[in-house]
Design a binder for this molecule. Structure first.
Ligand code: GLN
Length: 456
């Protein structure tokens, strides 16, 4: 814990940790020491970790990367961070992220972006660690903590993991409790671990997840021993390769990475099967209707009355001016864009044309996966992202849709509620990490981790 705290102080330029809690960390580390001495050491006893700023942590600032939650000190602890504390993990502090987890580069954060510790060859230009869990990815990659929590609504664990050479798993929807995690799009949000290895991900996921009566969508299922599943044996498993993920204009190195991954699976005894997920091309547009719709509803609670920031009012201002000024000042541009899109697609005149249609598309995407799993496919292998980490500022000047395109390989998994893992699988020509994604059957995280372990 002390070594991590020193590393965090030395790595201020990465802007990964946004709230430091060294006193809490040292206190918990001492308590962990005492448990170790007594021979009563739970799975993560004494392991220093970072927590994404989206998780409510009791008495510790939890701003979801937003100005509107300035000064908010939760009175309670999220179930996931509590589970980790119960497993002995030591929280070092809160990690940077895109505002309300909306973004793919960490650049929408009120704290300013986190920075990827990787560089392109000898080029000094700073790169994005990805988003929205950019601080988590940067912190793990730069050894500021042993692991971190992330959340993934449309790729926010897997894309930053791919951009930083770390491992990130988004579990099946319902595996981790969402209680105490600031809501973005409630039907898509899931928490998961971001770690240095698949083994670490297995250990941490087991500590994080489990049934929670406080979240009505939390699954009442036993938690498997994920670490025990890492046998390295995928002999006879059927790995699907979806032709729709072979996008036009995909860089050669992504194609090569994918082929290398296929070869590794084959060498380990898996059977490679060409599959089709025909509705893939509608996933991104459906996601960018459903996620903003849910966000516009979830973010209605930030009104200057209940949480955090409230705008200074002028003489004669009423409650409406208070709402308007608070939300105008408190939310950044991307969040405002999503709230506007969301309220538009949910409005009486457009609900059927956009929101209901997107929900129907979502069902078709889910069925695509159900059909291939019914054919006996155990897991699906795809690239995690369409490129390696891009430069900070490179995408922000472009059309917002260019940024949204980054999520093309990851959003289908959230729409279908499936588990997905990103594993570092090689470097591009400039020496930047690239990730592969494995998508699994519902609740089959153990199999997924086992297959991902083969790719490491
Ligand atoms: N980049 C996606 C978005 O901006 C995904 C975000 C996430 O998974 N939280 O919505």
């Amino acid at each position: 814990t002390e070594a991590c705290l020193t590393a965090i102080d030395a790595a201020g330029a990465l802007n990964a940790f946004v709230h430091h809690t060294p006193e809490v960390a040292l206190e918990r580390a001492v308590a962990a020491d005492a448990r170790l001495a007594k021979g009563d050491a739970p799975a993560m006893c004494g392991l220093p970790i970072g927590i994404k700023d989206l998780f409510c942590t009791k008495g510790v600032p939890s701003q979801a990367g937003s100005r509107i939650l300035e000064g908010f000190l939760p009175e309670y602890e999220s179930t996931v961070s509590q589970n980790l504390a119960d497993a002995g993990a030591v929280m070092l502090g809160k990690l940077n992220m895109d505002e309300f987890a909306m973004g793919s580069s960490n650049e929408t954060s009120t704290y300013g972006n986190a920075v990827n510790p990787w560089r392109r060859g000898n080029d000094d230009a700073q790169l994005t660690p990805g988003g929205s869990s950019g601080g988590s990815a940067a912190a793990v990659a730069a050894d500021l903590c042993l692991a971190a929590t992330g959340t993934d609504t449309g790729g926010s664990i897997r894309q930053p993991a791919a951009f930083t050479g770390t491992v990130g798993i988004k579990p099946t929807y319902g595996r981790c409790s969402r209680w105490g995690i600031v809501a973005f799009a409630s039907s898509l949000d899931q928490a998961g671990p971001m770690t240095k290895s698949v083994r670490d991900a297995a250990i941490m996921l087991e500590a994080m997840c489990g049934h929670d009566p406080k979240d009505s969508t939390s699954a009442d299922l036993p938690v498997p021993n994920f670490e025990a599943a890492l046998s390295g044996d995928i002999n006879g498993k059927k790995i699907g390769i979806p032709k729709e993920y072979r996008m036009d204009g995909m860089p050669d190195e992504i194609e090569t990475l994918w082929q290398d991954g296929i070869a590794m699976m084959k060498d380990a005894g898996a059977e490679i099967v060409d599959i089709s997920l025909p509705h893939t091309k509608y996933a991104l547009p459906a996601y960018y209707v459903i996620a903003p719709a849910e966000a516009s509803s979830n973010l209605a609670r930030y009104d200057g009355v209940r949480y955090g920031h409230r705008a200074k009012l002028d003489q004669g201002d009423g409650i409406t001016e208070m709402y308007e000024k608070t939300r105008a000042e408190g939310f950044g541009d991307e969040v405002k864009r999503r709230v506007m899109i969301g309220t538009y697609v949910l409005s009486a005149g457009f609900y059927d044309a956009y929101y209901n249609r997107a929900r129907r598309v979502r069902t078709l995407i889910k069925r695509d996966f159900e059909q291939v799993f019914a054919q006996g496919i155990d897991a699906i292998l795809t690239p995690a992202t369409p490129s390696a980490a891009f430069g900070l500022g490179e995408m922000t000047d472009a059309d917002p849709v260019a940024m949204y395109l980054n999520d093309v390989f990851t959003v289908t998994v959230n729409l279908a509620g499936l588990p997905g893992i990103a594993v570092p699988a090689g470097l591009d020509k400039q020496g930047l990490p690239l990730g592969l994604q494995l998508i699994g059957q519902p609740w089959a995280e153990a199999d997924l981790l086992c297959a991902a372990h083969v790719l490491e």
